[in-house]
Design a protein around this ligand. Structure first.
Ligand code: S5P
Length: 474
């Protein structure tokens, strides 16, 4: 495509609202002066056709007749489909929905072992979604060395992908978009400066050694960047709730009567991302209570967490999970019995057709527990093991036990006023839990629920934990 044609395409994209300037609140809470929304192009067939053509032209030199295409779901799917038809290149489709959990078929289409597959993406920021797609394709025996992307926000995604052995061909780096729009008087220099400052301040690579920050320090990454990277739909849902509510607070409601539980949920639900229960201590637990909790979780937008800490052989765990996975979104298990336990959870979820996210207990908060470093390491190894990524959301821990950006750390033993209870529990503050222990979510129980005003307390815990998170990713 001629230079003029390329410029025309930028102007067309701006014209249909695929490139926007102003004040946009990102999922992370950050305000961005620029926003790319390529979803709209499906309503503009001529522009979609031009986009596919220009992307196809750019891969001519690297493709062979055998090359396959794979669009990163969802926005790049129509682009990849048109490129496939125009270029007579086969395509594979990467699935992303939770419902495939049962069959586990994550890639549709046919390919041969070692066949080259070019990834097609609309926008890259950190490159996380491309990386995740490449990982899946590689696991399915395809070779991935190239990604073609329409818009590169120039926030380090290209370098991150190069580090992962993926060469990035970008049609429009953001600097080119800005140049074109200034030239055609669509934006002024103040807008350009604001965008450049935002891009400079929000890099996703560690410039000193060229290694992606995400590779080394997941705790320094925003929840948004982590949500973009992660393949696990339950983790993604959880991160999305956290971002929507600006809450990394999980409340532990350890009450023995359903009326007390429901009353507290109604009071604190709006401030929390997760409500954690021990349903087996609720004397009048029933399906009606489950239903009410489920409807409150939808209304007040939080996830339900059953803290059962299962620890048995796979078959027993399967039966135990089957009564939990109908209503809970998250579940704790111990790693002690090994992989069979996780397979038991997986089997129960597959039978129920509903996916649950597992948190493995890697460390405990209470004095005198028998956990040691070797055991913690083994539990983390189990959770990070092959095939577990769709099930395991993260770890219950008192320190940063996993360096995987996709693994969330939930830290209990959190209280604003006390350093212990009358038994073995030990506490730290929400700020310490996030900044010193590496918690992504803090779990607080009696600090909130035993207060005379749980509603106000929950909001105070939420604010303190979220502020600490924002400080951590700065
Ligand atoms: O190590 C742990 C793991 C968990 S899940 N220590 C814990 O205290 N928990 C749970 O967190 C515990 O079962 C309880 O539900 C909650 C802490 O409650 P609190 O009232 O002491 O804040």
């Amino acid at each position: 495509m001629s230079l003029q044609g390329v410029e025309e395409l930028v102007l067309d994209l701006e014209n249909i609202g695929a490139i926007k300037f102003g004040e946009f609140k990102l999922k992370s809470g950050l305000m961005s002066p620029v926003y790319f929304d390529l979803r709209v192009i499906v309503s503009h067939p001529k522009i979609l056709d031009s986009v596919a053509q220009i992307m196809l032209d750019q891969i001519k030199e690297v493709q062979s007749n055998e090359s396959l295409l794979c669009g990163v779901p969802y926005t790049a799917l129509p682009i990849a489909s048109i490129m496939s038809v125009k270029g007579n290149l086969g395509m594979v489709v990467r699935r992303k929905e939770a419902k495939d959990y049962g069959t586990k078929k994550m890639v549709e289409g046919t390919w041969t072992s070692g066949q080259d597959c070019i990834i097609v993406e609309d926008v890259i920021t950190s490159g996380g979604s491309v990386k995740e797609t490449a990982q899946l394709l590689r696991e399915h025996d395809m070779k991935v060395t190239t990604c073609v992307v329409l818009l590169d926000r120039e926030q380090g995604g290209k370098q991150n992908l190069i580090n992962d052995g993926i060469n990035v061909i970008s049609i429009f780096p953001i600097s080119k978009v800005l140049d074109t729009l200034v030239k055609h008087k669509k934006i002024n220099s103040a807008t350009v400066e604001a965008v450049q400052a935002f891009i400079n301040n929000n890099q996703t690579t560690n410039s000193t050694n060229g290694v992606a920050k995400s590779e080394k320090h997941p705790e320094n990454m925003s929840f948004q960047a982590r949500s973009e990277m992660n393949v696990n739909p339950v983790t993604r849902r959880l991160l999305d709730v956290m971002l929507r509510k600006q809450s990394n607070l999980c409340v532990a409601i350890d009450k023995t009567k359903s009326s007390q539980v429901l009353e507290l949920v109604k009071k604190v639900g709006k401030s929390v991302a997760v409500v954690k229960l021990h349903s087996d201590i609720i004397e009048d637990w029933s399906s009606a209570v489950q239903e009410e909790l489920t409807s409150l979780s939808k209304e007040l937008d939080f996830m339900l967490f059953e803290d059962r800490k299962l620890a048995d052989i796979g078959n027993t765990v399967k039966h135990q999970t089957s009564s939990i996975c109908g209503w809970a979104d998250l579940l704790t298990v111990h790693g002690l019995p090994g992989p069979g336990l996780l397979q038991g959870v997986q089997a129960a979820c597959a039978d129920a057709g509903r996916q649950i996210g597992v948190l493995l207990v890697a460390e405990m908060s209470n004095a005198g527990n028998l956990f040691n470093k070797d055991y913690t390491k083994a539990v983390v190894g189990l959770g990070e093991g092959k095939g577990m990524e769709e099930l395991v959301v993260g770890f219950i821990a008192q320190s940063r036990v996993s360096q995987r950006a996709g693994m969330l750390q939930m830290t209990p033993g959190v209280h604003l006023a006390d350093s212990s209870d009358s038994g073995d529990q030990r506490y730290t503050s929400p700020g310490q839990a996030v900044l010193e222990k590496g918690a992504d979510l803090v779990i607080a129980g009696r600090g909130i629920c035993a207060d005379t005003n749980p509603e106000t307390k929950a909001e105070e815990y939420r604010q303190k934990a979220w502020d600490a998170y924002l400080q951590r990713i700065k």
